[in-house]
Design a protein around this ligand. Sequence first.
Ligand SMILES: Cc1cc2nc3c(=O)[nH]c(=O)nc-3n(C[C@H](O)[C@H](O)[C@H](O)COP(=O)(O)O)c2cc1C
Length: 188
Amino acid sequence: MNVLQPFQLGDLTLSNRIVMAPLTRSRAGTKRIPNATMAEYDAQRSSAGLIVSEATTISEQANGWLESPGIYTDAMETGWRDVTAAVHARGGRIFLQLWHMCRASHSGFHGGRPPVAASPVKRNGESIPTPTGKQPSETPRALETQEIPGVVADYARATVRAKVAGFDGVEIHAATVLDRFGLAYLHS
Ligand SMILES: Cc1cc2nc3c(=O)[nH]c(=O)nc-3n(C[C@H](O)[C@H](O)[C@H](O)COP(=O)(O)O)c2cc1C
């Protein structure tokens, strides 16, 4: 096996077996809209068989990182369309990584309301860069059971937007979400 040989990923043919890991770049500005700099960055790396985009929030509630991009407004979807077009023009393939920051977020991103997670469990000893500077981690508000389908719907909407924006697939960022929400919900 040669890493430079094509790879069949479902119905997608990758030109080689090299996958670029998702890398948050914090270049989307305060409105979190993908832009020409981001398109150039990904296009420059499109000789990889597959690019996994930087983590991209699925809703306002999911935010928790300064100037990371989102995929929950029309302007975001349009911005991403330019990114995927730039990658495809060079023969690359790109998946969108979907992100909900859960307890790794901070009230500074949510008008003073605590971040939400499945359990009210604070992260251990980590501080978080917020719009008002570095702040200690906070105890999140536990989502009510009846709120969880709303988060699942946000993932579904983000996935539809990703498809419209020209992505070849999506990946779910699991570091801050799956251990807490439970895979069953996301696959239902
Ligand atoms: C600057 C930077 C940004 C990253 N952003 C993301 C991200 O958005 N999503 C993600 O899942 N992992 C992210 N990671 C983790 C990397 O994708 C990768 O998994 C990690 O660096 C381990 O790979 P390595 O051992 O080759 O460095 C990031 C890592 C770095 C250094």
